[in-house]
Design a protein around this ligand. Sequence first.
Ligand SMILES: *Cc1c(COP(=O)(O)O)cnc(C)c1O
Length: 374
Amino acid sequence: MIPFNKPYISGEEITNIQDVLVRGKLSGNGIYSKKCENFLETKYGFQKSLLTTSCTDALEMCAILTDIKPGDEIIVPSYTFVSTALAFIREKANIVFADSCSDNPNIDPDKLEALITSKTKAIVPVHYAGVACDMEKILSIADKYQLLVIEDAAQAIDSYYKNKPLGTLGTLSAFSFHETKNVIAGEGGLLVVNDSNFNRRAEVIWEKGTNRAEFFRGEINKYGWVDTGSSFLPSELNAAFLWGQLNVMDAIQQKRLSLWKRYEMNLKPLTQREYFQLGNIPNYATNNAHMFYIVCRNLEERTSLVEWLKKNDVFATFHYLSLHKSEFYHLKHDGRVLPNADRFTDCLLRLPFYTDLSLEEVDYVCTLIDDFYK
Ligand SMILES: *Cc1c(COP(=O)(O)O)cnc(C)c1O
C-alpha cells in the first residue's frame, strides 16, 4: 500500500520534547520557539518571524496587523486552500477571486489590474506547490496602486524567486508546518514580518493583545492589555518537535528532490503522448519538492485514474475545489468565470509524495500510470 502522505519523523523530535519536559516550561515563546525562529531568520533573511499555531493563524495575524476593515477588497486566487481567504473574511473583507495562470495554478498577474478598485487593500499570492508566483509583476502592480502584498507561503519553505527566498517578498508572509508540508510540527505555522513597522504590534497580537514579550525581554516592568489579538503562539512542545525537523531540513529537502526528479524522469515520456501535463516551473522559480502533480485531460479521466491507482493500493488525490464555487462563497462571488481555476479543480491530480517514499515506490506508481494509459 502506498498512502498519499505520511508524516516524516527524524527521531530528534522526541529527544527535544523530553528536554522540554525536563526544563519544565511548556508554554510558548521559550528556548525551542526562539531556536526555530532564529534558524529560519538566519537561513532565509527574514527581518522578523514568529512561530504560530498554524499558517491559518499567521494569515489571521496578517489581516489584523494590516487593519483589514469591513468592505475592504482582498484579491486572492480561487484555486487555493480556504485559509487564504478565510483569514480576511473574518475581518468582514470582500474577497475578489482571481484566476490561475493557464500553465500553472498560481495567480495570473496579467489579470490582476482589472480586479483593482478604490477599495482594494491587498493581494495575497499563493506559491502553489512551493513554486513562486511571478512576484515582480505582482509587486509592481501593488506598488502602482499602493496595495499590500501578503504571501501565502504555506507550501513554499526553502523555495526561491530569482534567488530571493519566498516569504521575503511581501510585506508579511505566512508558512505552514502542518503534517502535509515539507517540514512539520503536526500543526504549526510562521508569520514573517518584512516591514519593521509591524514588529511591535505583531508581538502584541501574538500574545493575546498584551505586551508580554517586551516584559519578558525586560524592556518594561509590568505588562498589560494594549491591543486586540489572540493566542497565536504554539507551545514549546510543538516548537521542540519542529526543531527536530529544521535541524535535518537539508536532508529532508534532498530526499524530496530526488523523489520529485524520479517522478519527472519516469513520467515525462508519457507527456509526449499528451495524456497529461506535468507542473510547469518557470525560469524565475525554484522547486522545493513540496508535491508532485499531473494535470489530466478531463475530470472523467482523472476519476478513472484515481480509481485505477486505488485498486492497486496507491492513493492519489485531487486538490482544491475552487473557492469561488464553494458552498460558503459562491453566492458572494461576482459571477466572473475563472476557467483556469476550474480546469485545475477538475484535472489536477497529486501523486503520493512524502519524505519516506522510496524511489522503487515512485517507479511502481509510474508503472501503474503507464499501464492505465495503455
Ligand atoms: C496548508 C495550507 C494552508 C494552511 O496551513 P495550516 O498550517 O494548516 O493552517 C494555507 N494555505 C495554503 C496554500 C496551504 O497549502
